[in-house]
Design a protein around this ligand. Sequence first.
Ligand code: OOG
Ligand code: MG
Length: 261
Amino acid sequence: MSTMSNKELAKFLLDAELQRKDVVRITSDKVPNLTVEEAYTIQEELVKLKLEQGHNIVGPKMGLTSRAKMKQMNVEEPIYGYVFDNMIVQDGGQISLSDFIHPKVEAEVAFILGKDIEGPGVSGAQVLAATDYVCPALEIIDSRYENFNFTLPDVVADNASTSQVVFGSKVRKPEELDLELIGTVLSINGEIKDLGAGAAVLGHPANSVAMLANMLHRKGEKLKAGQVILTGGITGANHLSYGDFVTGKLDGLGEVSFTVG
Ligand code: OOG
Ligand code: MG
């Protein structure tokens, strides 16, 4: 049994991230009986460390909200993590493979909130009413664990594999689109890697934000006006290689892209 405190576990995961070096998942040796609730406490310590380093929260994000993702990762429950300002890559920009351990990309819809949203009992309709804009996004995830292999508590402690995010430059009012039907195509070097529709995310991407508000409520927290919220991969995640040109096309939201250098 490990005698590491939550803060030490958070530091261990943060070091792996900063050194771009994968580690054995913490439930295999350090904390075999870790619960999801305790894992969120480790995540909170990790968030605190990032804030102390001077980074600011862009918004919490949801993960594992689609069957495609749950099946791929062998994990059955949605989770949340936090996106920070130093993780943002410009649309059409370049990421550097040397900043990652084993990056993968997935296509998502992001919500830009105009009002605070506080649980419990938040519905998708309430989320849409509180949302100013939606935009397309490509999330680059990078589990700090060997082979992207983890249990639910492991990935929660690891800030839901969050690494970098490219938000599309085009925003739309949510009422101008049917987000349930939003067709999504993820391509790498012109080859379609995965596709889906908005309904893949908990029936409607707004339901993902509602669930997030309700989960945060248990911690006495809420979603805040101005935050940008990733709702979770509509598509499965695809490995990235040097020289890749990645595009996400979301119907009505246009294209978001980046290259891997
Ligand atoms: C966890 C991160 C999941 C999503 O959109 O489903 C996530 C992982 O798959 O490593 O960001
Ligand atoms: Mg994601």
